[in-house]
Unconditional design. Structure first.
Lengths: 211, 200
């Protein structure tokens, strides 16, 4: 009985995080630090992996320590836990993939102030046991990553005619006029706006139907 | 020590941080409060002022802490934690000082100060000045310029959104969607400033 319950509970978390309450187009949190790296798909993938690692583990840690943390300093404790995992990511990246570390510049460190990490720790990790907190963090990070990957794919394809650095047929050929604006900052804003519009409209239409 | 060229460089960095390399429109930092608090000019103004002040001061403090404490000790990887602590402590300190000496100002800025601790633009500016190897004077110019740049962007956005308040916008586009499109158009306009500093 309890196993069934746990399963439906988990499913609810997944649906909430990936679709109904998606971090990007519904909560609009944490777009700051990661939008900047969506001009190349490879950078985005690395950034999303780093974010998933940080978010799921720090939510779990916050949840493990939730009974030991005094309430009035909990924000500070949460920040330090997050910073701890970000430092691990930063050091590993610097040691094994220095080129990528230079490419991402300060944005790895900025995961610390990424509002979605703090938001999930505060909203969920703080009041729930470690395993659900870990899952909530993990799936929120996935919900975040999939939207960013769509943006990155479109930006790289339309702006440079490549994917992961490989030239794509048609888009890298002479027929396609490369849309340079896409890899520049305004492209990211427009792309995210359009995506938010489309996904929210789909959501609204579905809600209408279910009524 | 030759200081005049450094001041000139600080000035150039400051101007470019406001216009050509605006921290919000070309580096996407501080977007969350930008979307959340840009509904009316009054609150945008308060938050913007607080950001200018905190950003300039924390950039300077973080520069000193990094070059005089962390580097001699070889603890560079510790910088994220130190920066965050300095920013949080500084914001707390400013809040107490303002509350004690100027209740009127506290009324206007008070609610925004805690928000600033988690504003990624503040930490971002500190990390950028580190990566670009600025000297102390240039760092102050950079912090000031980035703050002013953020201020200009959020005020402009709040003004535009007030005008839009009564317009009919498709339901899915309301709120963040339309704000992002406006931000994109603003970013496009700011790219036009690129030529200003190139001829130098």
């Amino acid at each position: 009985m309890s196993a069934v319950r746990a399963e439906s509970e988990t499913r609810k978390t997944v649906v909430e995080a990936l679709w109904r309450n998606n971090p990007i187009f519904k909560q609009v949190l944490g777009i700051c630090s990661t939008l900047a790296v969506t001009n190349l798909v490879l950078n985005t993938i690395v950034m999303c992996v780093a974010l998933t690692f940080t978010l799921s583990l720090s939510a779990a840690t916050v949840s493990i320590l939730r009974k030991l943390t005094p309430r009035n300093i909990r924000m500070m404790v949460e920040t330090l836990i997050i910073a701890f995992y970000v430092i691990i990511v930063d050091v590993v990246l610097k040691a094994y993939w220095p080129d990528m570390s230079t490419n991402l510049g300060p944005y790895v460190g900025l995961i610390i102030t990424n509002c979605i990490v703090m938001g999930r720790c505060e909203a969920y990790g703080n009041t729930n046991p470690p395993v659900p907190a870990f899952l909530d963090g993990f799936f929120n990070a996935l919900g975040y990553s999939f939207v960013l990957l769509i943006i990155a794919t479109l930006r790289e394809l339309l702006g440079m005619g490549t994917l992961l650095g490989y030239p794509m047929p048609y888009f890298s050929g002479p027929y396609w006029d490369r849309w340079i604006m896409m890899v520049m900052p305004p492209g990211a804003f427009f792309m995210l706006a359009v995506l938010t519009w489309v996904l929210r409209s789909i959501q609204l239409a579905r809600e209408e139907k279910s009524k | 020590m030759n200081i005049a060229p450094q001041i000139w460089q600080a000035f150039v960095v400051c101007i470019s941080a406001v216009f050509t390399q605006n921290i919000l429109l070309s580096y996407f930092l501080g977007l969350c409060p930008f979307i959340g608090v840009s509904r009316e000019i009054k609150s945008a103004f308060g938050l913007g002022l607080a950001v200018i002040f905190v950003m300039t001061a924390t950039c300077m403090l973080n520069w000193l802490a990094y070059h005089y404490v962390l580097e001699p000790l070889g603890l560079e990887f510790f910088r994220f934690i130190l920066f965050i602590i300095i920013i949080a402590a500084f914001v707390q300190f400013v809040e107490m000082v303002i509350e004690r000496y100027s209740p009127a100002l506290y009324q206007r800025l008070g609610v925004f100060l805690p928000l600033i601790t988690v504003n990624c633009a503040i930490l971002g500016a500190s990390l950028f000045m580190l990566i670009r190897n600025y000297s102390l004077i240039v760092t102050i110019g950079y912090g000031l310029g980035s703050g002013i740049g953020w201020f200009v962007a959020i005020i402009a956005m709040a003004g535009i959104r007030q005008k839009l308040a009564n317009d009919r916008i498709p339901q899915g586009l309301q709120g963040p969607g339309i704000t992002l499109i406006i931000a994109g158009l603003m970013a496009l306009a700011f790219i036009g400033f690129t030529g200003v500093l190139q001829g130098r």
